[in-house]
Design a protein around this ligand. Structure first.
Ligand code: PMP
Length: 286
């Protein structure tokens, strides 16, 4: 990925525009205040995975910040699906965001907002990647974010800093920690398996309600796997039988090293592998 691609279209509002020709006003509140909401959906076999849960979360996040959608949700879905089709994406992802649009620069919301939609797609391997086969390294960082992390805001500076720290350390993800407890990854939900139990932090305002998390729970329940929704510490994660993350970008991905310590035998765990396989299977069937 290297910025705008002249061969691809993107969405500015409902309109498909060549990426290299797309522009928005610097007066857009997304640019001035990071006043907006985003979503990322994985694409496999040309199909949007877990789309219903992503549309629902978009609507919820927007409602929480009083941000109207720029068009009825059905039209927004059709615009996104149309873009995926135009760009012929068979495997990869679609990113989309709604911002509060152009207005006079004033902290309070405009009375007559003109919300803006922007979307783009990328064709990238999702189902079979080296990271999913071998697992990734992760580091822990302090969680520096605000108090409404359940809202999928485009204000991501703490997460970019966390990811940069991971990159510098040669790791694939930064796991954020608050009061000694893991909140979530910089762009993922963190889970562990201990004594055959799937342990994942409960949903509160401290974390994003992961879409992949929800579907992995469905899959785990079908497999008869016990789920405990509770916060867990870095020490517990280090002593886990399996540690993994979930996200629309990585699906289910094993974490084999944390802060330089090997997790279990240093290989992607059996249950992690199984959950990944089943997640993909369910996603393709839906
Ligand atoms: N937490 C955070 C902070 C994230 O950015 C993401 C990815 N958007 C997730 C969790 C995982 O959510 P999802 O499974 O819906 O991609």
């Amino acid at each position: 990925m290297n910025g705008p691609n002249p061969e691809l279209m993107c969405l500015i509002g409902a309109e498909q525009v060549r990426e290299t020709e797309a522009s928005i006003s610097p007066f857009d509140r997304g640019y001035l205040f990071a006043d907006g909401i985003y979503e990322v959906i994985a694409i496999l076999d040309g199909k949007l995975i877990d789309a219903e849960r992503h549309w629902a979360r978009l609507q919820r996040s927007c409602a929480e910040i009083d941000l109207p959608l720029p068009m009825p949700i059905e039209e927004l879905k059709q615009a996104i699906l149309g873009l995926v089709e135009t760009n012929n994406v068979t495997e990869g992802r679609v990113y989309f965001q709604v911002t509060r649009g152009v207005a006079e620069r004033d902290f309070a919301f405009p009375d007559d907002p003109q919300p803006q939609l922007f979307a783009f797609t990328r064709q990238v391997p999702v189902a079979d990647t080296a990271s999913s086969r071998k697992g990734i390294k992760a580091i822990t960082v302090e969680d520096l974010r605000w108090k409404r992390r359940d809202i999928k805001s485009i204000a991501l500076l703490p997460q970019t800093m966390a990811k940069q720290a991971a990159k510098k350390a040669g790791a694939g993800e930064a796991i954020m920690v608050e009061d000694g407890l893991i909140t979530e990854g910089s762009s993922s939900t963190i889970h562990m398996i201990k004594d055959d139990v799937l342990v994942t932090r409960m949903l509160t305002r401290e974390v994003l309600p992961g879409v992949t998390r929800a579907t992995v729970f469905d899959v785990a329940r079908e497999q008869g796997i016990e789920i405990q929704e509770r916060a867990f510490s870095v020490e517990e994660a280090l002593a886990a039988d399996e540690l993994f993350l979930t996200s629309a970008s990585a699906l289910v991905q094993g974490i084999v090293e944390l802060d330089g310590h090997t997790i279990a035998d240093g290989k992607v765990g059996v249950m992690t592998d199984r959950l990944r396989e089943l997640y993909i299977e369910v996603g393709l069937k839906a």
